[in-house]
Ligand binder design. Structure first.
Ligand code: I3S
Length: 136
């Protein structure tokens, strides 16, 4: 039905440029941070970081309307089911407005944006998506 949790998760969609760096992979700390402004898409319970800073508006439309991702090169996807999101502690980064996203396979990203309203919107939608994906 239209009110099923799956349906609601499908509706949680967002895209934008965020600064991100991977800090762990397979539970192991990466040797060096690499902060990169990254085109970031939340779609169907998956957060995807893209290699290209920003695809053409046409490519974005295709992604959302036809789910054709061929014009957008994904760099990394994080399955949000079983992931955690929260504000990073000061020891993780000297930057302001830093979120820490931990995937269940031992991957950790820091996600950052100077404008508070923007990073707060991302925090909320990621938190809500993760919450909805929790198994009953
Ligand atoms: O956790 P760190 O080592 O303080 O992270 C900083 C470094 O990755 C630094 O790069 P190099 O030390 O390779 O030049 C980056 O430029 C900084 O942005 C990193 O720290 P912040 O606090 O910005 O996350």
């Amino acid at each position: 039905t239209g009110n099923s949790p799956e349906h609601n998760v499908q509706n949680l969609e967002k895209a934008g440029i965020l600064n991100k760096t991977k800090i762990s992979e397979n539970g192991k700390k990466v040797s060096r941070k690499n902060w990169v402004p990254t085109w970031t898409v939340l779609h169907g319970g998956v957060l995807t970081f893209h290699k290209d800073p920003k695809p053409s508006p046409g490519a974005v439309l295709l992604f959302f309307q036809q789910n054709k991702t061929n014009q957008i090169v994904p760099e990394f996807t994080v399955e949000l089911k079983g992931a955690t999101i929260g504000w990073a502690t000061k020891d993780k980064s000297s930057k302001k407005n830093v979120l820490e996203l931990k995937g269940k396979n031992g991957v950790e990203f820091l996600i950052q944006y100077d404008t508070e309203s923007i990073i707060h919107d991302w925090h909320k939608i990621l938190k809500d998506t993760i919450q909805q994906l929790v198994s009953p």
